[in-house]
Structure formats: C-alpha cells, structure tokens
Design a protein around this ligand. Structure first.
Ligand code: NAP
Ligand code: ZN
Length: 350
C-alpha cells in the first residue's frame, strides 16, 4: 500500500480538508503516478456538492490529472519511470463489450470505472470507492494512462484530460473542419479548449457567450465570431446558420431557442449537465431535420489522439494555478464564471 496526501470533502456543503489516503499495492499492469497537477472541472463541483445525487463521501474529486510515472508493475510495457503521463475521467472498464473493444470505454455497457466516486472492491481502492486527482499519487492500470507529449507543459495539459477530449470527441464525430460552421455555447473550461481545437481543425468558429466580456480572449483562441446571448437580436440574425452547436453550459438554457440557429441537418450536442430536463418543441426539429444529441468525454485512444493533436497545434488550456488550500474559493469562482479558464491545483502544495 502507498499513502498519498489528498484534499477531500465529507458532505455536500462541506469544505475541503487535507487528509491522507491509501492507494493500492502496485499490480503487474499498474502504474504509480506522482501527480503534479490536477484541473478543477465543473463536474467535480456537481459531484462534491451531490448535485447529481449518489456522491460517496469522503469524496476526493479530480479527473484531469498530469504527472510523472514513479513506478511500474512487472508486466507494464507502455510506460517507464519518469514518463510524462495523464489520467482522465476513467480508470478502468470491462474491456470486452463492443464499445470497449472499439476504444469507446466511456460507453462501456457494464459501466466504466470513473476516476472518482465509483464503487470498487477494497483491494482496488481502500475505502471501497475511487478517489481522484486532488492528491499526490494515484495507481492506475496502464491501459487507462495516456502519454503527454513533450510540447505541452504538464500544468496546461491537465485540463485536456477531461475538457480537451470532451470537446475533441464530438468535434471529430460531427466532422468539424473546413467549410463547417461550429458554434460553442459557453466559454468556460470546456468551451475555451473547444474554440482552440475547432479552429485548429479548420472550422469557422462562433462563440455564444452570455456577455461580451471574454470576446478578446475568444478571438485570441481562434474564434471568428463572438456574440452575447443577452442580445436577443442575435437569435434572429443567426437563424439557420450553424452545422454544429456544442452546448457546454452548466446551467439550464432555453435550448429550443438555440435549435433554430441550426441549418438543415444540423446537430446541437449537449455536453453541459445541468440537473433539469430539456424543453424541445418537436417543430424546432422537424422544420430543418435537426437533431439534438449528447456526448460523453472520449475513449482512451481518442484521448491520446487529442493530446497528440494539441501538441502538434500548440494547444494547451489557459490556466490559473492554485495551491490546494484554495479549492473552496476556486469552486465559488467557477460557479460565478470568474475563471480564466481553468483552475489547476499544484500538487506540490499538498
Ligand atoms: P465552467 O468552466 O463553469 O464553464 C461553463 C460556462 O457556461 C461558463 O464559463 C459560462 O460561459 C457558461 N455559464 C455558466 N453559468 C451560466 C448561466 N447561468 N447562464 C448562461 N451561461 C452560463 O464549466 P466546465 O468545466 O466547462 O463544464 C461545463 C459543463 O459540462 C458542466 O455541467 C460539466 O459537468 C459538464 N461536463 C460534461 C462532460 C461530458 O462528457 N459531457 C465532461 C465534462 C464536463 P460564458 O461566460 O461564456 O457564458
Ligand atoms: Zn470533467
């Protein structure tokens, strides 16, 4: 058993406190990672505060992990001590169902083991549920570890492990590229990486933000157009314009209004996960054979493909590095949309 420092929360309205956790003994296929940085995703907040129900306490969130390999099991072939590596939202899956065989482990028919808050056997994680990256060390089976290319700093790479692949996957699936008009709703942690990736793929990128306060940044990230959604006129001006709209907003939005911005055969993809159901008028769909879809993170091969793509195009997340004792404050600022554009915890401060 290895011990690690961690920050955990014990109740939905609790504050983060420093604690010591145990990680399992290194198995033959396991990699022990010294965590250097962990991003703060809005999903961490939804979970820590039990907004999706079913949070297991004590909860150690964190699924945007970047670090260095500290030890490898006897049969590990992909990694060596010292390698720059990342871990995203999943740490295991059945490996046998069709999605797993295809490399889409996030759609595992038996349910993937998420990096935190999934019930597992005691021998896999003492305590009986997975504990994430707000920690100094983690043990992960090598098939769920990805390599971070030299061209990206570990700090700016960490958010790519969730935010990066969550945008890369639908952009690829719905063929974002030259000649395609892509709109991204919400320019937060997910959205800002999406702007960079979609622009690098060659699409014409529009940001739909609730104000113009981040417009200059959006243009710097590669957006061609930037609109404030509090100006209702844009919903008339942009009607029928987009091939693909990706909604990254963590709060309820009038989705039906946005649907009308899609052209014939366009798709609106839900990434943001607010608690309430969507209201969609069937007429908004039938009028132009439009679709509403959803997408969940990305598989392990695609996570590696995304990291290689980002290194090739000089893409990293825009980050604010914080010490671990500032997690509670960072959560408040994420909720207030006061983050430029991802908080990353420096594990050295644990
Ligand atoms: P974030 O950094 O908080 O960004 C969300 C953005 O949404 C904000 O920056 C803001 O953008 C906009 N927004 C927030 N509150 C709003 C409101 N009341 N009205 C209108 N716009 C608002 O969060 P994130 O980490 O990017 O995550 C976003 C959502 O995606 C969360 O619900 C998270 O759980 C979910 N998520 C889903 C997946 C998946 O696989 N599907 C993966 C990761 C995260 P503007 O200021 O530009 O308007
Ligand atoms: Zn996430």
């Amino acid at each position: 058993m290895t011990t690690a420092a961690a920050y955990s929360v014990s109740a939905p309205d609790g504050r983060f406190t420093k604690t010591t956790i145990e990680r399992r003994e290194l198995g033959p296929h396991d990699v022990l990672i010294d965590i250097k940085y962990a991003g703060i995703c809005h999903s961490d907040i939804h979970t820590a505060r039990n907004e999706w129900r079913g949070t297991k306490y004590p909860c150690v969130p964190g699924h945007e992990i970047a670090g260095l390999v500290a030890a490898v099991g006897s049969q590990v072939t992909k990694y060596q001590v010292g390698d720059r590596v990342g871990v995203g939202c999943m740490v295991d899956s059945c490996g046998e169902c069709e999605p797993c065989v295809f490399g889409d482990q996030q759609y595992c028919e038996r349910g993937a083991t998420m990096t935190y808050n999934t019930t597992v056997a005691e021998e896999l994680q003492p305590g009986g549920h997975t504990l994430g990256g707000y920690s100094t060390r983690i043990v992960v089976t090598e098939g769920f570890v990805v390599g971070i290319p030299e061209g990206i700093g570990l700090d700016e790479a960490a958010p790519l492990l969730c935010a990066g692949v969550t945008l890369f996957s639908p952009l690829r699936h719905w063929n974002a590229g030259p000649g395609k008009r892509v709109a991204i709703i919400g320019m937060g942690g997910l959205g800002h990486v999406g702007v960079k990736i979609a622009a690098a793929m060659g699409a014409e990128v529009t940001v739909l933000s609730h104000s113009l306060s981040k417009q200059d940044d959006g243009k710097r990230f590669g957006a061609h157009h930037y609109y404030a959604t509090d100006d209702r006129q844009i919903f008339r001006d942009l009607r029928g314009r987009f091939d693909l709209i990706i909604n990254t907003v963590s709060a309820d939005l009038p989705i039906d209004t946005y649907l009308r911005l899609l052209k014939l055969d366009g798709t609106l993809v839900m990434l943001g996960l607010p608690e309430n159901p969507l209201v969609v008028r069937p007429f908004s769909l039938t009028a132009a054979r439009r679709s509403v879809a959803g997408s969940n993170i990305g598989g392990i091969p695609q996570t590696q493909e995304m990291l290689d793509f980002c290194a090739e195009h000089g893409i990293g997340a825009e980050i604010e590095v914080i010490s671990a004792d500032r997690i509670d404050d960072a959560y408040e600022r994420v909720i207030a949309s006061d983050v430029r554009y991802r908080f990353v915890i420096d594990a050295a401060t644990m």
